[in-house]
Design a binder for this molecule. Structure first.
Ligand code: PRP
Length: 209
């Protein structure tokens, strides 16, 4: 039996992903968010779910360990993986922003330092604008960096805006809109075309409900 392997991001969008999959008729009976198990099966629909860190989803899909993936555009942009971004699933909406303690960009004649979980996205953004920056890679609580002198500014995702507000930071620029997407491995798109299209049709119908 040939399973379609789906890499799904752990974290804040996992619940919505599972509920969209259920609407599409795909079910993983033994899945629960807090599980330590990493692989789940829908034996009827022939779908194998691998449950991985969001930033790793594009890598699993690019390398062909997974045929398809469900993950935020933030992680797709950061991973710079060679995959097809096929479908906007319309949830997990947030945005990439540049933020700091004031509204203005002061560089005092030296390179700006930007703390972020997304160094590739940050470098690309400032390269396009012709502004030299130094990125400092953090893995969380990025908002702390400009408050204690680790960086001048941050590039991060904002959903409700609460974290920025509670730490006295202001949005200086919006870089890009983000939502959860369906991504596809390039080779699988050719070799498993029928099952991938059938899966995408089911998702499309579920999104219309
Ligand atoms: C993300 C992001 C912000 C926060 C934004 O962090 O990096 O810190 O959420 O959400 P808000 O606008 O609704 O406040 P996450 O919760 O993933 O945790 P982290 O700080 O450990 O990265």
């Amino acid at each position: 039996m040939d399973y379609l392997t789906l890499a799904m991001a752990k974290g804040r969008t996992a619940k919505q992903t599972i509920s969209l999959l259920e609407k599409a008729g795909v079910q993983f009976p033994d899945f629960d968010e807090k599980t330590r198990k990493l692989i789940f099966y829908d034996q009827e629909m022939l779908i194998k779910l691998v449950y991985v860190k969001a930033i790793d989803v594009p890598t699993y899909v690019e390398k062909g360990a997974a045929d398809i993936g469900i993950v935020g555009k933030d992680n797709i942009a950061e991973a710079q993986a060679d995959i097809y971004d096929m479908m906007d699933l319309n949830f997990g909406k947030c945005k990439f922003v540049l933020a700091g303690t004031s509204n203005e960009l002061h560089n005092q004649g030296r390179k700006l330092t930007i703390a972020t979980k997304y160094p590739a996205v940050t470098r690309e953004y400032f390269k396009r604008r012709g502004i030299p920056v130094e990125t400092i890679k953090l893995n969380g609580s990025v908002e702390l960096a400009p408050l204690i002198g680790l960086s001048d500014l941050i590039v991060d995702i904002v959903e409700t805006g609460t974290t920025l507000k509670e730490n006295g930071l202001k949005v200086m620029e919006t870089i890009d809109a983000i939502s959860t997407r369906l991504i596809v491995n390039k080779a699988s798109f050719a070799t498993k075309s029928a099952s991938i299209h059938s899966f995408m049709n089911k998702l499309e119908q579920a999104l219309e409900v």
